[in-house]
Design a protein around this ligand. Sequence first.
Ligand SMILES: [Fe+2]
Length: 192
Amino acid sequence: MASLQAGENLKQRIEEALALPNLEASVEAIRAELVSAIREGRLELPQPLREPRPDHYARRLLFADEALGVTAVVMTWGPHQATPLHDHAGMWCVEGVVEGEIEVIRHVLVEEAGNLYRFVPEAPIHAFKGNAGSLIPPVEHHVLANSTDRVAVTLHIYGGEMDRCSVFLPRPDGWCERGERTLRYDDCGTAA
Ligand SMILES: [Fe+2]
């Protein structure tokens, strides 16, 4: 199947990238490969992985490779679905837009006190099909949103399995309160 082949090709490129001498170089090589794969039509994701869910953005596992320590997750965003402000549990990540448009708002952590955190948001980045970004902790706080009326699809490659993260819920005084969120994979299709 094309999707399996696409996943295998991607894994091979990731393995080569991870052999580079430092994490920054590896992550940049994976980002560049994801851009190329999307723009050259080498990343075919089967439709069941791309179906939106009515109540939340969908997360579906493309592959998990224990030997590489990497997972690839397809996210499908219905109109105006978004994440809360979150971190990446200390994990590097490469994120590419496969379909539609996604808004990325990075947040700079400027102060923390106990379970309270204060951030300064950066200007939103509008990412389109074939655009990809990356993050390496401790720079790992952002909001992702589909601010359009159309479906968007993104592929996320993580340096591990991101099964939980911190979320930061805004308070009226400008601080955010940290909470824990467990992340799960959705089944394919749209059924609840
Ligand atoms: Fe994220």
